[in-house]
Write a protein that binds this ligand. Structure first.
Ligand code: DAH
Length: 339
């Protein structure tokens, strides 16, 4: 077979069109087979080409030879990489497969509890309000019937802020009670509201932290009584802590209520460190003092009502038998994962 007689283009086409590795190997054999390969024979036949034409003939043949070699290598690679059909079979995602167990994040138990509080009081018709953590002396103390020299101020060791003018006395709020004032100044009775948030006091031990959470509550109307207050307190404690929670009401003094009451809850659990059987003060409450109503432009002869302040961490401590309040803020995952 001579060069002129061989249709090299057809080999080119067949290499490109080979659909399997076997088909490609067959074409390769036809071209480069040691005994009968078309290229092998053509190269051998160069001997018989007259000298004058041999050089050009050899150059042409060599060009084809290299082309075929490259084409075959290329096509072999293509055939070795998976086809779309193949991929459709092997790359399928099996949605029925179970995923490995992954750890999920969750709310810290304080915001989680506050959500519950909002839900429970929401069902009782209470609105939710929030206010500033940096307060004025006026809202945090004066308007709540706690004047500057009142001994009740000593009970709340205050973080004062430095201000340019010493008369603008700013502080980190020591209680959520200023929200009573803010809400009464901007809403007309009858009203029901709770106000959860952070409060600050210079204090730190197993039941005190310099930052902790409270939620304030307020209900004002024409015929809101102490009995209504007790009913709301009992409902809140039973649903938020436990239906079998043990608690007691005691008289207590807060300048912004008259009469004032405190609610203690009994420690549960058998851990020696849990102060089993002891009482922990969790709530302050009472009938809103007439002076406070007057300070907010509400006529105490027409309206009356009650206010309350719950200690969030303390309620959670009783609920989950957590002996030390500081555990809430240490960020220890072993503690947090338990809830
Ligand atoms: N603000 C008080 C405190 O932090 C708690 C309190 C007592 C709130 C009586 C009230 C209340 O609304 O009526 O110690």
């Amino acid at each position: 077979m001579t060069d002129q007689q061989t249709n090299w283009e057809s080999f080119d086409g067949r290499i490109r069109a080979a659909k399997t590795a076997e088909e490609l190997a067959a074409v390769e054999q036809e071209l480069f087979g040691r005994k009968a390969g078309a290229m092998t024979l053509a190269l051998k036949a160069l001997h018989d080409v007259p000298e004058a034409e041999r050089k050009t003939a050899a150059a042409t043949l060599n060009t084809w030879k290299r082309t075929f070699e490259e084409l075959i290598t290329l096509r072999r690679k293509e055939l070795a990489s998976p086809s779309d059909d193949m991929l459709r079979m092997t790359d399928r995602i099996d949605v029925s497969l179970e995923l490995p167990e992954r750890e999920r994040g969750h709310l810290h138990l304080i915001p989680e509890f506050i959500r519950e509080v909002e839900e429970v009081f929401g069902r009782l018709g209470f609105d939710v309000a929030t206010g500033p953590e940096i307060e004025t002396e006026e809202f945090n103390f004066n308007l709540l019937n706690i004047p500057r020299d009142h001994p009740a101020r000593d009970a709340q060791d205050t973080f004062w802020l430095k201000t340019k003018n010493p008369e603008d006395r700013l502080l980190l709020r020591t209680q959520t009670s200023p929200m009573q004032i803010r809400y009464m100044q901007s809403h007309k009775p009858p009203l029901r509201v709770i106000a959860p948030g952070k409060v600050y006091r210079k204090d730190s031990d197993a039941t005190h932290s310099p930052m902790f959470h409270q939620f304030e509550g307020l209900m004002i109307g024409e015929d809101v009584t102490l009995a209504n207050m007790k009913a709301v307190m009992i409902e809140a404690i039973r649903t938020l802590v436990s239906p079998t929670a043990e608690f007691r009401f005691r008289t207590g003094f807060f300048p912004f209520v008259e009469p004032g009451l405190e609610v203690d809850m009994r420690w549960q659990g058998d851990d020696a460190a849990s102060r089993e059987g002891k009482w922990l003060e969790v709530v302050g409450c009472g009938m809103v003092h007439p002076n406070v109503l007057k300070n907010c432009g509400i006529d105490p002869r027409k309206y009356q009502g009650f206010a309350f302040g719950f200690g969030v961490e303390r309620m959670i401590m009783i609920k989950h038998q957590i002996p030390d309040l500081r555990a809430f803020f240490q960020g220890d995952l072993r503690f947090l994962r338990q809830f």
